[in-house]
Design a protein around this ligand. Structure first.
Ligand SMILES: Cc1cc2nc3c(=O)[nH]c(=O)nc-3n(C[C@H](O)[C@H](O)[C@H](O)COP(=O)(O)OP(=O)(O)OC[C@H]3O[C@@H](n4cnc5c(N)ncnc54)[C@H](O)[C@@H]3O)c2cc1C
Length: 472
């Protein structure tokens, strides 16, 4: 114990816990993790409500990063279900396969619209043969892959709902969310001539039997089994610094003052909170953090007096007439997660923290979501037994056209500490999933064990996370 390096990790979401798991498992580090709330797991957690175990929106486990799924299976020791993926997109009153297929679109679109789409594909196909220049915006990226017609029908309204004005979005926003090797490849898949690859869409995914939150809880247990400590309810933090290093942190935990020394700090908390703890005097840095754009997430759980409502785990809603951009039925992951005679549908949408939607009361938001579910023909008003609204402010990093310069400025500000590492989604301002957070934890540990310098690790981590892709 005495010769182990001391590490303090900030944040008990999947980002902080993954780092803690690998670091503690290596046997070379004494891990102390500090979480400010009274629960573990952050947005990957689950919670109990009205007889249900509920996740924070649709969470599936899947990864194309070599070795990561096997590592997760090891952690979960067989407590993972292999679930056949069922998800569709609701368009013009019809449920269509997702990813979209041209043949399905033909069934629901009028002849004029379908012709327009077909023409769009033809133009995209021909352009794709000659034009290899990179797209300069989200809109251009999608149009180069799918054609203008599909962009306007599906991607533009969906992006507007999820990210806000797509004309101000960086192409990385599309690249991360909609991976595809090339225009021609996409068209072959749309025509159904080529199958989706495991990098673009998975036929199945994994899911922790007891709810997604069992994954972070298991990581916590394993940190403790390896001699680490995980504290919840950690507040009033004060970071101690000395000559470009973080030397420790004071915190009040359950009303008791604690002091932790550290050789390294790993942060998965919002960059604004980390800035407040470490560089509150540095106006340039704080200004840079404030320039980063986010979308806040609203989850509306609607409880329904029926055993099940959907056939899919989740359904996307690109059309503006629906407030939500996706609905998710928890019991489709595992029917044991709720009572036999009732179900819960989670409607999710994003908005900015200064928007009318964010400021609206829970009743108003829930009423709009219930109205949408009724309009879509999924439920009747008399089916509803209650609702619950959960909000996560500033959770989706929004890659605007200048985001790369903005985040570079923030990272550079934090480089003045030569023992501080970043990880996670909000901790790194990286639009990623749980498997990516897990990969970051593994990567950081391998690099520290090798004895690499922090600046070098952060350089490599920054380029590693830029390549993460979300598989639908
Ligand atoms: C609707 C939705 C659907 C998703 N679907 C999937 C999916 O299907 N598959 C998938 O893999 N991923 C999915 N994700 C993404 C996944 O949730 C994130 O990648 C992951 O939760 C990020 O974890 P994190 O640890 O970076 O952040 P968080 O979960 O936000 O954890 C950060 C933690 O830090 C704590 N904290 C904050 N400030 C402080 C402080 N000052 N001191 C101490 N602690 C602090 C917070 O309380 C929190 O516990 C989805 C996300 C959403 C919203």
């Amino acid at each position: 114990m005495a010769d182990k390096k001391k590490i303090v990790i900030l944040g008990g979401g999947i980002g902080g816990l993954s780092a803690g798991y690998f670091l503690a498992r290596s046997g070379k580090f004494q891990v102390t993790l500090l979480e400010k709330t009274n629960t573990i797991g952050g947005v990957c957690g689950s919670f109990k409500h009205d007889g249900f175990i509920l996740d924070y929106g649709a969470h599936k486990l899947y990864s194309v990063i070599p070795g990561i799924l096997d590592e997760i299976k090891n952690v979960m020791e067989g407590r993972l279900l292999r679930v056949l993926k069922k998800n569709r997109i609701f368009l013009r009153g019809h449920l269509l396969d997702y990813p979209l297929k041209l043949g399905n679109l033909a069934k629901v679109l009028g002849a004029g619209t379908f012709l327009k789409l077909g023409l769009g594909y033809a133009v995209t196909f021909i352009n794709g043969l000659f034009d290899k220049s990179p797209a300069s915006s989200y809109a251009e990226y999608i149009m180069k892959k799918f054609g203008r017609g599909t962009y306007e029908l599906v991607f533009e309204p969906l992006a507007d709902k999820v990210w806000g004005d797509p004309s101000t979005l960086h192409p990385d926003m599309a690249r991360t969310r909609i991976p595809a090797s090339g225009g021609i490849d996409v068209i072959l898949r749309l025509l159904g001539i080529k199958k989706e690859s495991k990098d673009t869409s998975a036929e199945y995914f994994f899911y922790p039997e007891k709810g997604f939150g069992d994954f972070p809880l298991t990581l916590k247990e394993k940190i403790e089994q390896n001699g680490g400590r995980v504290f919840i309810n950690a507040g009033s933090m004060h970071v101690k610094r000395e000559a470009g290093r973080i030397t420790g942190i004071d915190a009040v935990i359950d009303g008791q003052a604690h002091s932790f020394e550290c050789d390294y700090m790993v942060s998965s908390i919002p960059l604004s909170s980390l800035g407040g703890l470490t560089l509150s005097h540095d106006k340039k840095f704080i200004g840079a953090v404030q320039k980063l754009e986010f979308r806040s997430v609203v989850l509306v759980y609607v409880f329904v007096k029926r055993p099940l409502v959907l056939e899919d785990q989740w359904i996307f809603f690109p059309e503006r007439e629906f407030m939500f951009s996706r609905i998710f039925e928890q019991k489709q992951m595992n029917p044991d997660l709720g009572p036999a005679d009732r179900t819960a549908i989670c409607c999710d949408f994003t908005c900015t923290a200064d928007s009318r939607q964010w400021k609206a009361g829970d009743e108003e938001i829930a009423a709009k979501c219930i109205e949408g579910l009724i309009k879509g023909g999924f439920i009747k008003g008399s089916d509803v037994s209650g609702h619950l609204v959960v909000r996560f402010p500033d959770f989706y990093p929004r890659y605007d056209l200048g985001y790369q310069e903005k985040i570079k400025e923030v990272y550079n500000g934090l480089r003045q500490f030569d023992n501080l590492l970043l990880t996670g989604r909000i901790g790194m301002y990286n639009y990623n999933n749980a498997d990516h957070c897990f990969d970051m934890g593994r990567f950081i540990t391998e690099q520290l064990v090798e004895g690499k310098a922090i600046n070098k690790i952060m350089d490599e981590l920054e380029s590693r996370v830029a390549d993460y892709r979300i598989v639908d």
